[in-house]
Design a protein around this ligand. Structure first.
Ligand SMILES: O=C(O)CCC(=O)C(=O)O
Ligand SMILES: [Fe+2]
Length: 283
C-alpha cells in the first residue's frame, strides 16, 4: 500500500505498517472462509450481500467515536477531504455531507479496513487479494439530500480499475425516513448501464426494481460497483451516518493515490476551493 504524499503538518501515526502485520495476516487467513458458499452465491446473483450484525455494540461504540474524531479534525488543505452540501430544510446553510481519505490519518480505521469482515470478506468475494481504493463516511445530516440511483462505476471509477467492491458499515440506524440504501438486484453483470458521470435515467431503470434495505448499527452490506443503488433524503432530525470502504482487486493495481490526486483537482473538498468557485456533485 502506498499512501498519499502528506503535507508538512501531518505525520503518519508511528508504527503504521505498509503491509498487514503478521497477526492481521493470520487473522485474514484464518477467516478466509468468513462468508459461506450461500452468501457468495447470493452476491454473485444479486450484486450485493447484506450481512446484519457483523460488528458488535462495543465495536460500534469505537467506530462511532472514530467517526466523531474524524468529523472534529481541523480541516487542512491537502489532508482528509470534507464536503458540504446546501441544507434542504435550512436554505443558505451548508451542512457536512461526507468525509473521504481519512484512513491514512486514523489508526482505528486502518485496523478496520483490514478486518476479516471487511477486506477478508471482500477477498473472498473477489476470489483474490484486495487493495484499498477509497473510503468515505456519508453523514446525511438532518436536511441532507439523497443520492439519485447510479452505479458507482459511473463516477469515474472506470479510469482506475474494471471492478470494485464496497463494504458499507451502518453507523446510525437507517430507515425509510432518513434515507436508507435502496438496491436493484441482478443488474451488475450488464456493465455500465448508465452514462459516465450521470445518474441512471428512467430508461436505464425501466427493468430495475429498487428495494429499500433499512439497517441497524453494525450491519454490513457488500456491493459490486455495477450494482444500481440510490437513497432518499434525510427527513428526520438526526444524522444518518454510513461508512463505505471500497476495494479493487490487487491484480488491478493500487490506484488510491492517483484517484485522490485527481479528485482534489476535479472536485476539491470545500476547504481547497477558491472563493466563489463552485463545483456540482454529479454522481
Ligand atoms: O449514502 C447513501 O445514501 C448513498 C451514497 C452513495 O451511493 C455514494 O456515495 O456513492
Ligand atoms: Fe453510490
Amino acid at each position: 500500500m502506498v499512501w498519499p504524499i502528506l503535507d508538512r503538518c501531518v505525520t503518519i501515526p508511528r508504527g503504521f505498517p505498509d503491509m498487514p502485520s503478521p497477526s492481521t495476516a493470520r487473522k485474514i487467513a484464518d477467516n478466509a472462509r468468513f462468508l459461506s458458499e450461500e452468501q457468495l452465491a447470493a452476491f454473485e446473483r444479486d450484486g450485493f450481500l447484506n450481512m446484519p450484525g457483523a460488528f458488535s455494540v462495543e465495536e460500534m461504540r469505537d467506530i462511532t467515536r472514530w467517526t466523531e474524531e474524524v468529523q472534529n479534525w481541523e480541516e487542512v488543505p491537502g489532508r482528509h477531504m470534507a464536503y458540504y452540501e446546501d441544507s434542504l430544510t435550512k436554505p443558505s446553510r451548508r451542512v457536512l455531507q461526507r468525509i473521504e481519505n481519512f484512513v491514512p490519518y486514523h489508526e482505528g480505521f486502518q485496523g478496520l479496513f483490514r478486518d476479516h469482515r471487511m477486506q477478508g470478506a471482500v477477498e473472498q468475494l473477489f476470489g483474490e487479494k484486495a487493495t484499498l481504493f477509497k473510503e468515505k463516511i456519508n453523514f446525511k445530516l438532518p436536511g441532507g439530500d439523497g443520492f439519485k440511483p447510479h452505479q458507482d462505476q459511473q463516477a469515474g471509477w472506470w479510469n482506475y480499475a474494471p471492478i470494485f467492491i464496497t463494504a458499507l458499515v451502518t453507523i446510525d440506524e437507517t430507515t425509510l425516513e432518513n434515507g436508507c440504501l435502496e438496491m436493484a438486484a441482478g443488474h451488475h453483470k450488464k456493465g455500465m448501464v448508465g452514462g459516465e458521470w450521470a445518474p441512471l435515467t428512467d430508461k436505464d431503470m425501466a427493468d430495475m426494481k429498487f428495494v429499500p434495505y433499512p439497517s441497524k448499527p453494525g450491519d454490513v452490506m457488500f456491493f459490486d460497483s455495477f450494482a444500481p443503488h440510490g437513497s432518499a433524503l434525510n427527513k428526520t432530525d438526526k444524522p444518518r451516518r454510513v461508512l463505505y470502504i471500497t476495494y479493487n482487486k490487487a491484480s488491478a493495481g493500487d490506484h488510491r493515490v492517483q484517484y485522490y490526486a485527481d479528485k482534489r483537482k476535479s472536485f476539491p473538498p470545500d476547504i481547497e476551493r477558491k472563493p466563489g468557485e463552485t463545483f456540482k456533485f454529479r454522481v
